[in-house]
Design a protein. Structure first.
Length: 283
């Protein structure tokens, strides 16, 4: 298995070129692009040519460093605003543009959350929530098909939502029944539910598991700790990846704290990269 990390973990260096070079020095193979998450940034204010120019530059920087852009996180707005048809239309437009962005980046996997029409804290109409997501993502799969991109539907840490756990997400993806939608497993989100990420890997199997978000927490909140700082059983997780012959990279969705002195940061980042390699190797 390959290893990867979010590009934001290294962008303190000042540029994507420098970030990717340092990733490669630390032994990573891949990255998870975060530039498509926030649609209120200058990137999304660009016209078509500017949008393509910026993302093509990121792609070029990654290629020059020998880093594969394996996955990119799609738009996520906080708090969720998906209740009205106008809200959902705006989200659909931004997600569609982000899928085009994946194609420009040379990125095959587009990670996205469910839409949350009632917010993230309540689920008064589970059937309506389900149907809204079915309608929305069935259409989005057609956009993904047009751009040869795979939508990776991510499990959530929202205890109130009926579309959060790996089991619920898998059932949804099976109902969509599209070759352009599979699953991104987030280890920390499993832990918030008291679920084992290892068992989630076994549940999803090689056929449905196409992307990973790897991080730890205390079992109570989505804290994005380094693996080993929280309660997750990482040895069992590594065994499960090997058992199902997982083909996607162990992609770290956290980073070394900026509070660590600069003189020690490189060593800490190398240690995190080593953790990723041990997980990929089955420990």
């Amino acid at each position: 298995m390959k290893t990867g990390i979010v590009d934001s973990a290294y962008l303190y260096l000042g540029s994507h070129a420098a970030a990717f070079e340092r990733m490669k020095q630390h032994g990573y193979d891949c990255t998870d692009i975060q530039e498509l998450v926030d649609t209120d940034t200058p990137l999304f204010a660009e016209d078509a040519s500017g949008f393509e120019r910026i993302l093509s530059g990121i792609r070029r920087d990654a290629q020059n460093a020998g880093i594969e852009i394996y996955q990119a996180h799609g738009p996520w707005r906080w708090p969720p605003q998906d209740f009205t048809p106008e809200d959902r239309a705006e989200r659909f437009e931004k997600m569609s543009r982000s899928i085009l962005g994946c194609q420009i980046l040379g990125c095959p996997n587009f990670i996205i959350h469910p839409i949350m029409p009632f917010g993230d804290w309540q689920d008064p109409e589970p059937e309506r929530l389900w149907e809204m997501n079915l309608e929305f993502f069935s259409r989005l799969c057609e956009v993904a098909k047009a751009h040869d991109t795979l939508i990776c539907f991510e499990n959530m840490p929202m205890l109130a939502l009926s579309l959060s756990t790996p089991e619920q997400i898998l059932r949804f993806v099976k109902e969509i029944n599209s070759p352009y939608m599979r699953v991104c497993l987030d280890t920390g989100h499993c832990s918030v539910f008291g679920l084992s990420p290892a068992e989630a890997v076994r549940l999803l199997g090689k056929d449905y598991l196409r992307a990973l978000h790897v991080h730890d927490n205390d079992g109570r909140a989505d804290r994005h700790m380094l693996p080993g700082e929280g309660v997750i059983d990482w040895e069992d997780f590594a065994r499960a990846l090997a058992e199902v012959d997982c083909q996607c990279p162990v992609s770290i969705e956290t980073q070394v704290s900026g509070k660590i002195p600069a003189s020690e940061r490189d060593a800490a980042e190398r240690a995190l990269a080593d953790i990723a390699r041990r997980l990929a190797g089955g420990i």
